[in-house]
Design a binder for this molecule. Structure first.
Ligand code: NAP
Length: 277
């Protein structure tokens, strides 16, 4: 910033008290000695635009957007990145000095950076990926996998129509599989990704058959609470390489922090511990 105001950022959601983003960004602010802050902002849908428009005039340099406002934020923004347009949702807003609002989506970046860190030997063109779920997070994962060059992406979702919509939008590399066939889909995949909320604390368990998991596969879960989901525990037992979902949360924050506070931060064990504390 050009003057001596303290730069602020935050996360807008409803609910938002569960968010780990304040801990994450405050850890980096402290580590790099940046005099800024990051706060949770509980905002009702009917006030969303008014709040977002006011923030640049209150010292905010940007904010994260979480459930249920990711689509609405995209519509409010003045400029939208190609990636956010493709995904159809924004998770990061950057407030420009002229007060205009730029929307981006860093979930796909976070997913891929986490996967590459946790499974460095994975080659995108080595075989098909299997995705469980077709919600907002799945869209970011699909875009990231297509961009990385994965040749075939199989998707199974409880509501088949949502998976069909993804296929219609993202093309012939996607194959839709019936939810009841998810076990078979997993068996034939090189990479397995759970993008559903199943297995998350307070949600039902992921109950698709997992006996097809085998050594050589890479299995990652977007759910990070608990850190060790049933899917990851069974995958580990079967000899798969497993990658937990916390790293995606940490990595998706890197480009946002850099743009807001002017320093590219590091994802390391100290950050993981701070966020889990
Ligand atoms: P969403 O848009 O609401 O999608 C939820 C997905 O879960 C849909 O595919 C839905 O299927 C499925 N699902 C929910 N309940 C189900 C049930 N009882 N049986 C079968 N399928 C069920 O949510 P989202 O934004 O994609 O987020 C999904 C998960 O990813 C959440 O747990 C979220 O915390 C996590 N996430 C993690 C990160 C990270 O950084 N690690 C980032 C983003 C999201 P239907 O279409 O049939 O409803």
């Amino acid at each position: 910033m050009s003057d001596n105001r303290i730069p602020l950022a935050g996360v807008i959601g409803n609910p938002v008290s569960h968010s780990r983003s304040p801990r994450l960004h405050r850890h980096w602010l402290g580590r790099y000695g940046i005099a800024g802050d990051y706060v949770p902002l509980h905002v009702e849908e009917r006030h969303l635009e008014q709040v977002i428009r006011a923030l640049p005039h209150m010292g905010f340099v940007g904010c994260n957007i979480t459930i249920p406002h990711k689509e609405a934020a995209l519509r409010i923004a003045d400029q939208v990145s190609d990636r956010a347009t493709l995904i159809g949702a924004a998770n990061t807003l950057i407030f420009r000095t002229d007060g205009s609002i730029h929307a981006d989506n860093t979930d796909g970046y976070g997913f891929m950076a986490n996967l590459r860190a946790g499974a460095p030997d994975w080659q995108p063109d080595s075989g098909p990926a299997a995705i469980l779920g077709a919600g907002g997070a799945a869209r970011a994962v699909v875009v990231a996998l297509i961009e990385a060059g994965v040749p075939e992406i199989m998707i199974a979702n409880r509501t088949r129509a949502r998976a069909e919509d993804l296929r219609a939008e993202f093309g012939p590399r996607l194959t839709v599989v019936d939810w009841v066939q998810a076990g078979n889909m997993i068996e034939g995949a090189e990479l397995v990704v759970n993008t559903t909320s199943l297995g998350m604390t307070g949600q039902p368990e992921l109950r698709v058959p997992l006996d097809g998991l085998h050594a050589g596969q890479i299995v990652t879960d977007l759910v990070y609470s608990p850190l060790q989901t049933r899917l990851l525990a069974m995958a580990k037992e079967a000899g798969c390489t497993t990658v937990d979902g916390l790293g995606m949360l940490l990595h998706q924050a890197v480009p946002a922090f850099e743009r807001w506070f002017g320093r590219r931060p590091e994802v390391d064990q100290a950050l993981r511990s701070a966020v889990l504390a």
